[in-house]
Write a protein that binds this ligand. Structure first.
Ligand code: GDP
Length: 445
């Protein structure tokens, strides 16, 4: 999916992430690379211009230049703007009306309207337990009606037959009446497309829109269409109040321009992406996740933000100060470290945000065990008296037994925890504060 763009942009990300200083010169270098990558992916020129202008503005602002890790902060800016290009966030279907909720499908012939109608039907039936009816208003191509019938059956949706002799508006009215009579939750209306935008088609779909009063009007667009997608999007946007976009064929080696420009042109959020010909090849679209993918970075940005939000800087500084002044690192400090780890959402949620290849390397079983170990260690420290926490060397056999009982663990678990604590204490002594403080600052950045 969008392979070329991903390859180019992840290379840029790798370079800037390592930059210790952000200057006008290296921002200009980066933006040149980004601009080329976007243009090559067929993103429309005005979109590229606006995007790079926004990134440039922020890149030289205090948020980045004043940050302790400017390269990382700059990656954050690129990521945020890229996501913003694709919409305001993940937006699902709005079905909050007196049933039947009507969803009108619009788009050119071949965009994937019929396929998407069936995919949506399956989605609504399986994930939202809705009763779904489909109908085709494409009276120009009998094959289109038959195709919708076939895929609707595959999806397990009810299908209302229509005929080329009927007028599209009559079919629409009949479908609404049928849906009401049969307690349908969602009525999906497939419409006729043309190979290119034409006035008659636009008038027809505008009339259908007026008659059906759909809660959702989805513009279905082929991601492989490149620059042409924009003119089409503009025409549909002018004719209809679009509420959402479905990008199809994102699985192909689409250059992806449409994905990055269609929201910009129409103002409507991308709600779904088609990722295969199969009936379950539909994904809810999330601009942030898409930006993650395009930048080849897993959910690393969320990870950094979470670390910044949750690491208690004051506590970290106090600890660093303590180590620096030669004061002893005790079990209270160790507990604080474990708690910081938990605040960041625990090991598993950290793992989930890593890029896929890194996750695979770390292995699931190990993570579960590591999470359990951390919780157990916390439990053990919490079963100690304040004095024991300050002076762990006081903890002899009888105290260990008491602590183990209190924490519901074995004595050897207490011993293991103390061993790990001692290792950490040795490391702290070696670091003598300076290096540790830098490390923690970077985390809290
Ligand atoms: P319509 O004319 O807009 O109704 O388009 P169709 O639903 O008939 O789709 C046109 C072609 O695109 C068909 O061959 C579909 O199988 C294919 N298609 C639709 N969506 C996707 C998708 O997300 N991925 C892939 N690979 N093919 C798709």
């Amino acid at each position: 999916m969008l392979n070329n763009l991903t390859q180019r942009l992840s290379r840029v990300v790798k370079t800037i992430r390592g930059e210790a200083r952000i200057t006008e010169a290296n921002v200009a270098d980066m933006l040149r690379e980004v601009r080329l990558a976007l243009l090559e992916a067929d993103v429309a020129l005005p979109v590229v211009r606006e995007f790079t202008a926004r990134v440039k503005d922020k890149a030289l602002g205090q948020e980045v230049v004043g940050s302790l890790s400017p390269g990382q902060a700059l990656v954050g800016v690129v990521h945020k703007e890229l996501a913003a290009l694709m919409g305001p966030g993940a937006v699902g279907l709005n079905l909050a009306v007196q049933p039947p909720a009507v969803v009108l499908m619009a788009g050119l012939q071949g965009a994937g309207k019929t396929t998407t109608t069936a995919k949506l039907a399956k989605w609504l039936i399986e994930r939202q337990k809705k009763k779904v009816l489909t109908v085709s208003c494409d009276v120009y191509r009998p094959a289109a009606i038959a195709q919708l019938q076939t895929v609707s059956q595959q999806a397990g949706a009810e299908f209302l037959p229509s005929s080329p002799d009927e007028k599209p508006l009559d079919i629409a009215k009949r479908a609404i009446a049928h849906a009401r009579a049969h307690h349908i939750d969602v009525l999906l209306v497939d419409t006729a497309g043309r190979l290119a935008v034409d006035a008659e088609m636009m008038r027809e779909i505008a009339d259908l829109h007026a008659a059906l009063a759909p809660i959702e009007t989805l513009f279905v667009v082929d991601a492989m269409q490149g620059q042409d997608a924009l003119a089409t999007a503009r025409a549909f946007h002018d004719a209809l109040p679009l509420t959402g976009i479905v990008l199809t064929k994102l699985d192909g080696d689409a250059r992806g321009g449409a994905a990055l420009s269609v929201h910009h042109v129409t103002g409507a959020p991308v709600k779904f992406a088609g990722v295969s010909e199969k009936i379950d090849g539909l994904e809810a679209f999330d601009p942030t996740r898409m930006a993650d993918r395009i930048l080849g970075m897993g959910d690393v940005v969320a990870l950094v933000e979470e670390a910044q939000r949750s690491v208690d800087i004051q506590a970290a500084q106090k600890l660093a100060q303590k180590v620096k002044s030669g004061e002893q690192f005790d079990l209270n400090d160790f507990l604080m470290q474990l708690q910081q780890m938990n605040k960041m959402g625990g090991l598993q949620s950290l793992m989930d945000k890593l890029p896929a290849e890194m996750q695979a390397r770390a292995g699931q079983a190990d993570m579960d065990k590591a999470s359990r170990d951390v919780r157990r260690m916390q439990g053990i420290i919490c079963s100690m008296t304040p004095q024991e926490r300050r002076k762990p060397d006081l903890i002899k056999a009888s105290r260990k037994r008491r602590i183990a009982t209190g924490a519901g663990v074995q004595v050897q678990d207490v011993n293991r925890m103390l061993g790990q604590f001692e290792q950490m204490r040795d490391m702290m002594k070696k670091m003598k504060g300076g290096k540790l403080f830098k490390m923690m600052q970077r985390m809290g950045g």
